[in-house]
Design a binder for this molecule. Sequence first.
Ligand code: ADP
Length: 431
Amino acid sequence: MAIDDTPSSFFAPWPDRLRHAAIILLTAGLALTVLVTLGELPPVPAAAVFALIAAAALVPWRHDPATSPDDVRTADPIEAAAVNAIVAGMPDPAVLLDRAGRVIHLNAAAAQLAPALRKNELAQFALRSPEIVTALREAIATALPRRATYLDQVPVDRWMELVITPVSVPTRFGGADKCMLMTFHDLTPLRRVEEMRADFVANASHELRTPLAALSGFIDTLQGPAKEDPKARERFLSIMHAQATRMARLIDDLLSLSRVELSAHVRPDTLVDLEPIIRQVVDGLEPLARERQVEIEVDLPEPPITIAGDREELLRLFENLIENALKYGASGGRIIVSLTTASSGDGTPEYRIMVRDFGPGIAPEHLPRLTERFYRVDVGDSRAQGGTGLGLSLVKHIVARHRGRLLIESVPRNGATFTACFPQVRPTTTV
Ligand code: ADP
């Protein structure tokens, strides 16, 4: 098999050479047998002549002045342009090696992944990761498929998987030669999702375990020391009620989040008017605003404010934003809910609904992480306010499903502004 500029027949395997020389050996054998039979040639010289012809026919070289090295290369099926094109066309980094581990073809992605890889050179020298070298050595020794995962640290940390698949490639003389196809797959996104899922389960269980532990603690107390104490019983039952409410809210938020995520790819197609939705949320939160001594100012244009949306999800979205402003920005004494029209980055006209409070605001380092699940600036404060840490994550998903954007701005000690932007729709029928 050829992997360098030497004519490929030099390395042709023995079965190939035999097949190639078969007709010469057969003709020579027949002619000599006839001569010996007719008594024209004694058997010993005849055998010597046959041995010479056989040796000449099987000598592993071939020189055809009409054939340039390039022609020879193209004539070899392994070196053929089609094989090169297939390797080049593979979406992942791919390298075809001969059975000794020398590079025959590699695509651009592989050259980018391992710039030291060179055609006709041993791949082991270019791929330094011990996992790759071991897998390659084993694949060469056993001619069996091998897999390896490793951490590629240059230029950035990436988890990669290497798959080595032995492939049979036809040779020029009709035989087959074992080559190895190495493909690399970037597992980083998959790992990230796995890590996120594991984090999510850990966080959710932790959030549920805390109120659950409180509940079972109070149940024990009510069954034991506080059994005959009606005053303590009343107090504990009200704490238990609050803890049960917190668990119910958490489960509610988790279910809403998973519902929105499941339908993330389906854009709502019902036309809705945002004005009554926002008014309904504000009316519903009036008691909380009174309790916190906050005034809600609503500054909306004449309806309809039409977008393609899901009414229930939009109610949830504004409820979260306005309730957060009431809970965390209460010290400012007022919040403003207003609407402006503007163009998004790509020129699409959009409605921007702003919920602005005048509370303590949020430090800049927290802003990029606010929409992560369970992220809170102050866990104790959030819990005390009955928060689950899922509200803004839910808001982000709802906005995304509506093909909109969520903007968060804050000046510490001067409040925070959460802006939900939605693409505008020409007003027709609304529900
Ligand atoms: P929570 O259930 O804790 O309210 P959210 O996802 O709604 O969860 O909010 C995440 C965190 O963002 C809150 O815990 C709070 O620290 C912060 N936050 C949200 N809105 C405001 C706001 N208007 N002003 C100050 N901090 C806020």
